[in-house]
Ligand binder design. Sequence first.
Ligand code: DON
Length: 305
Amino acid sequence: MKRLLDELVEKNRYLAKKGKVADYIPALKKANPEDLGICVIDMKEKIYTSGEYRTKFTIQSISKTISLMLAIMDNGAEEVFKRVGMEPTGDAFNSMYKLEIEGISKPLNPMINAGAIVVTSLIKGKNSKEKFARLLNLFRKITCNERLDLNEEVYISEKRTGHKNRAMAYLLKDMGVLKGDVEEVLDVYFKQCSIEVDCIDIANIGLFLANRGKVLKTGEVVTTDHIARIIKTFMVTCGMYNSSGEFAIRVGIPAKSGVAGGIMASVPHRMGIGIYGPALDEKGNSVAGYGLIEDLSRKLNLSIF
Ligand code: DON
């Protein structure tokens, strides 16, 4: 496996040249576009790594999977899906276009920014500090990494420049979908996106979902099989934004990407995969990471379809 990963990392490195590091959040510009790393953890807890798998990056949209999990655990699926839908959009991850269409009364799914902001507003806690602490604690449990924390620089950078998210949140408040104080909700959202991870951490998230909501290392049942299944299904239908259809055909693995360059993937009953490659394609997915996971899926026959 190690040899295969080394081979595939080197084969796909050149793809990074076709992409661009995200710059709409100024602090993300500092990433090295040529980095490419991977970690695979199987059900026997064997860890295989290659490339820049130790490089730290912010989790960004990958956090939307676990915030959804917590919101469902806190409120039940029925309550959550009264405020956010279950359908892919075909639009960019930060689009607010559909929110203005007649007959659409809530964000289409929890993986686009509008939906994720609503989901975050549903996390229980007496204030934003407690809400984020609960979410961070959950991430620490799932990754078995007590030191997981937020990257202050990215958090401040996004909080200062996240005008579109702010606009969207106020529109959602006006629509009556988002409850509570808008700035407090956004604060939790910006913090959750700024949690700093490496490929091992996100492979552990994938493994946890592959193991149906139970942390393999500690044996702790964090969530139900049913909730873990909801999350993995959203990863298939919406996890790679408006590339999700093509990704399902080319790769066939539940996966979630983030604008810092991470891809978290979960092969049910088999393994968790964490990939980092900060050069992105026009849809916001890691270009080299996409190539790498496509090759890996073919070589190991990982497609769930
Ligand atoms: O809200 C944002 O724009 C970022 N914090 C997260 C977006 C993201 O990761 C989209 N991913 N491709």
